[in-house]
Design a protein around this ligand. Structure first.
Ligand SMILES: [Ca+2]
Ligand SMILES: [Ca+2]
Length: 154
């Protein structure tokens, strides 16, 4: 093989490699960005009384790397179907970064729990949405299902 042949082969290889890289980075862009989700800030157990008529607060904390102002609030859903009642900005955990505070109607959240829930069950709620640049975001937190009235919570 002469020099031109080798050069041609190398160019083809490089082009092919670049094409593969492009495809890879394009698919990486479609992957949802993982965000932190804190249901009921201040509580680790996150009890949800299914008889409650109250609201369930869900916080997406902002960080140095993640500005919550970039979230398109109208796209946010909990377990695919629950729409937040209202959204506000507040530095809930007092770390200097604004956090997104979402309030969901507990009734709505209960409706998207599995039907076979038992008292004390731990259920993962998944929050999904989009950023203003259409990048998908996703995050989750667990709640503890309370079915019997035990006087705690509302
Ligand atoms: Ca919590
Ligand atoms: Ca904060």
């Amino acid at each position: 093989m002469n020099k031109t042949g080798i050069k041609k082969m190398l160019t083809t290889t490089v082009l092919a490699a670049m094409a593969v890289l492009l495809v890879f980075s394009a698919s990486a862009m479609c992957e949802p960005v993982e965000v932190d989700v804190d249901i009921k800030p201040g509580s680790n157990e996150n009890p949800v009384n299914i008889k409650s008529n109250g609201v369930l607060p869900v916080v997406v904390p902002g960080t140095a790397d993640f500005n919550i102002a970039g979230i398109n609030q109208t796209t946010i859903r909990l377990n695919e179907t629950c729409e937040p009642l209202r959204c506000s900005y507040e530095d809930v955990n007092d770390d200097g970064y604004m956090d997104l505070v979402l309030k969901f109607e507990t009734r709505d959240v209960v409706n998207c729990l599995p039907e076979s829930c038992n008292d004390g069950d731990i259920v993962t709620l998944v929050l999904t949405g989009e950023l203003l640049n259409n990048t998908s975001i996703t995050g989750s937190d667990d709640v503890r299902v309370l079915i019997k009235g035990n006087g705690k919570g509302k």
